[in-house]
Structure formats: structure tokens, C-alpha cells
Design a protein around this ligand. Structure first.
Ligand code: SAH
Ligand code: SF4
Length: 410
């Protein structure tokens, strides 16, 4: 007779205070609150929960899964960008990035991955989280898409990417000169869902994580982020956009557009065939109406593919009237395609064309490109090392490449 399967241990982050109280059974409720406070601070090894009795710490070690390990830490931008590789369930590893903006260096009012810049004097600490190991959406320019889908992250695995960074920040473990560290906040100020994966294709974990970080409805964690400083970036999954609007939290929605028409978008963002531009823009309008939040559109600039002045004009016509902000992202090179960002002049011509047409726009500089840590650019190492290049991504890239060569404005 085979042994009974080991009981599945619950994810402490997903439990919330009520779930932890139920797990602890006979313990007074404040014990669950103590555990929860430790989790919020990034401590998930019961051995380190020093205000709990030792017997309870031991019991928690049996009840909860072993705390995942930080496998690697890498820094760039003089220590202001930090990439962490975290162990996840099922043998997967997942990357997240902390981007630090010291108070004095914040000026200029330039919008960045963390959304519109805060006041020039306020420092920021933005965490970019992944929601999936890999991604199934197959956008041909994206390293994550090229590598294919390997699994969903749980709510706890998403939240933990933030609390790990929170702990580093609060404990000052950042290898930065004193004068710089003094200009940084001690708490994470922004979270952007722009790492590996499509957040709205892992909807329950994404919605749960948003509520954990910024909720105020009893599911709230005490993590204390304002919903406005949480940005969810989506490739445009319409049902997920509607579900986010149902949450009633004014989080920022960033929609990855990348093309001014369905024909090109079908290839650059294959899910456009399921949710073409008119349907997507309707959902965006509805999101704006229901939350009162200004939308962001992301547009990766790819030389010879989507970055001509005529395409800028058409993009302006498409989004004008939506009151949105367009973030132009010069493409970072990825393994499976020969595409590159256009020249600086061409990027500015695109930007100026949008602005002249009355569309608010900025060019986003990616952080940490020297360590492959740029947000939305995670996973390139894996793609190269594992040879996991999706045939669909390669096929789409070839199609777009030849179509662009034949197009007069390409
Ligand atoms: N799946 C979501 C969120 C993760 S990607 C989405 O697609 O929106 C976050 C952002 O990084 C997206 O706007 C995506 O288009 C962009 N991105 C992906 N690959 C990139 C590359 N090679 N260079 C620049 N930006 C890229
Ligand atoms: Fe997935 Fe976003 Fe990359 Fe597209 S751009 S493959 S949706 S992670």
C-alpha cells in the first residue's frame, strides 16, 4: 500500500489574519496578527518571529511551507537597481526588481516605470513584480514571450517579491553610500506588475496580491500602499480589465498597445486576435469611467516595425480623447529577433508627433539594462540558456519583419 500523500501546506500570505487564526486553532487571535505583521515585514521563517513563544514557532514551521530562498541578488545603476531571484514552488525561480529613486535625484518630473513621477523632493522605491514563470502570450519582441509559459505564481509568490524588497529597504541592506541611502524611503512606495508574465492571465493571484498590498476592505494587510501607487500592466485581456474595474480600487492600468492598427498588432501582440483594438479601447474607456483613473498606454518602439512618424500620427488618432498617457519604451534587444530600438532622433520624432497631436507622452528609460533587470525584460538569461524559444514567437517575428519591409511607412 502506498503512503498517503503529504498534506498541502497553506500559503501564509494567502491566508490573511482570519486564515492564520483558523490555522492556529486554540491560539488567541493576536497571535495570528503577530504572524501577519512579520509577513508584512518580509519575515516568513517562523524561527525569526521572535515575539512568538518557541513552541508556537516550532508548530508554525510544521504547518507552513518552508520559506522560499533568495537565490541571487544582482545590482546595477550604482546600486539603485536591485534584481532578486527568488525560489518558488515547483522548482521554479522568479525574478523581481527594486528600483530606487533617491529624493534629490527624482527631479525633472519625468514619468517612469513607477508611473508619473512623485514630487521632486520625495524619494521612491518601486518594486517590479512577476506574476507568471514565463508567459503564454507570445509577443515576439519580448524575452519572456520568446521563452514560453512555465507556470502560474501564487498570490503569496507575488506578494513575497514585494516583502523581500521591503525587508532589504527597511533594514538598509542595500550596499549604497550613506548619503544616498539617507535620501531613500524606508518603505516600498510603488509596485508595478511589469515583470515576467501577463498579470491578467493569472487573475486570482493578481487581484489577491493587489488587495493584499493596497486593500482596505478587511482583506487589507497593513502593507499600506495606496492603490494609486500600484500599476498593473496588461497585454489587453479584456475580461481581466473588467474584473480589475470591479475591484473598486483606483489602481493604475497600463495597457501595452505597441501598434496603431489591428493588422500590425495581430502580429506584435498575438492576443489582439481575440481582443482587437475596438474592443480593448472600449474596455479602457469603461475602466477610466468607473475608476476615474488616467490610463497609461505602453508602446515599445521597434525600428522599422512600429516607429515611423506616420504610425505616430495614427496612434495619436487612436488614443486621443481617452485622456491617456503614452509611455514610449525603446526596445531592449532580445534573443530571438534581430529588432532594435530606433535612433534617438527617431524616438524624439515619434514623441513630438504625439505631443503635437495633443497626446501626453514620455520616453521611458529602462533601469538596469546592464544586468537584464529592466522591467518587462526579465528572463532573457533563461531564454538563452534553455533554448526555450517559442516557435509562434519566431514565426510572428518573421511575418512582421517581411510585412514591415513591404510597407511604405515601415
Ligand atoms: N505582460 C504584461 C506585463 C509584463 S511586460 C504586458 O505585456 O503588459 C511589461 C512591459 O514591458 C510591456 O509593456 C511589454 O511590452 C514591455 N516589454 C516587453 N519586452 C520588451 C522589450 N524587449 N523591450 C522593451 N520593453 C519590452
Ligand atoms: Fe507576455 Fe507581456 Fe511579454 Fe507579451 S510583453 S509575452 S504579454 S510578458
Amino acid at each position: 500500500m502506498s503512503a498517503p500523500p503529504a498534506p498541502v501546506r497553506p500559503d501564509p500570505y494567502a491566508l490573511g489574519v482570519a486564515g492564520l487564526a483558523a490555522l492556529l486553532g486554540d491560539q488567541p487571535r493576536y497571535r495570528a496578527e503577530q504572524v501577519h505583521r512579520w509577513l508584512v515585514r518580509g519575515v516568513d521563517d517562523p524561527a525569526e518571529m521572535t515575539d512568538l513563544p518557541v513552541a508556537l514557532r516550532d508548530r508554525l514551521r510544521e504547518l507552513l511551507p518552508p520559506p522560499p530562498r533568495v537565490l541571487r541578488r544582482t545590482t546595477a545603476d550604482g546600486g539603485l537597481t536591485l534584481k532578486v531571484l527568488l525560489e518558488c514552488g515547483g522548482g521554479e525561480a522568479v525574478e523581481s526588481v527594486l528600483m530606487l529613486y533617491p529624493a534629490r535625484a527624482t527631479g525633472g518630473g519625468r514619468a517612469t516605470a513607477g508611473g508619473p513621477a512623485a514630487k521632486p523632493s520625495a524619494g521612491r522605491a518601486t518594486v517590479c513584480v512577476s506574476t507568471q514563470a514565463g508567459c503564454a502570450m507570445g509577443c515576439p519582441f519580448c524575452a519572456t514571450g520568446q521563452a514560453g509559459f512555465r507556470g502560474q505564481l501564487s498570490l503569496g509568490e507575488v506578494v513575497r517579491q514585494v516583502t523581500v524588497m521591503q525587508r532589504l529597504l527597511a533594514e538598509g541592506e542595500l550596499d549604497l553610500p550613506e548619503a544616498v541611502a539617507a535620501q531613500l524611503p524606508r518603505h516600498v512606495t510603488n509596485v508595478v506588475f511589469m515583470g515576467m508574465g501577463e498579470p491578467l492571465a493569472n487573475l486570482d493571484a493578481t487581484v489577491g496580491a493587489v488587495r493584499w498590498l493596497a486593500g482596505r476592505d478587511g482583506q487589507g494587510s497593513g502593507f499600506g500602499l495606496s492603490a494609486r501607487s500600484v500599476t498593473v500592466s496588461t497585454v489587453g485581456l479584456v475580461p481581466g480589465i473588467r474584473r480589475l474595474a470591479d475591484l473598486g480600487l483606483p489602481i493604475t492600468l497600463a495597457v501595452s498597445l505597441h501598434a496603431p492598427d489591428d493588422e500590425l498588432r495581430d502580429d506584435l501582440v498575438p492576443v489582439n486576435r481575440q481582443h482587437p483594438l475596438p474592443e480593448l479601447l472600449d474596455a479602457c474607456r469603461e475602466y477610466r469611467g468607473r475608476t476615474g483613473r488616467r490610463l497609461t498606454f505602453e508602446y515599445v518602439l521597434i525600428d522599422g516595425i512600429n516607429a515611423s512618424v506616420d504610425q505616430a500620427r495614427r496612434l495619436a488618432r487612436l488614443v486621443r480623447g481617452l485622456g491617456a498617457h503614452v509611455n514610449l519604451i525603446p526596445m531592449n534587444p532580445t534573443p530571438a529577433v534581430p529588432w532594435r530600438a530606433p535612433s534617438g532622433n527617431a524616438q524624439h520624432a515619434f514623441l513630438d508627433t504625439l505631443r503635437e497631436a495633443g497626446v501626453a507622452a514620455t520616453i521611458r528609460r529602462n533601469r538596469g539594462s546592464d544586468i537584464d533587470a529592466a522591467c518587462g525584460q526579465l528572463y532573457a538569461d533563461y531564454a538563452l540558456a534553455s533554448g526555450r524559444i517559442l516557435p509562434t514567437a519566431v514565426g510572428a517575428a518573421q511575418r512582421v519583419g517581411s510585412a514591415a519591409a513591404a510597407r511604405p511607412d515601415g
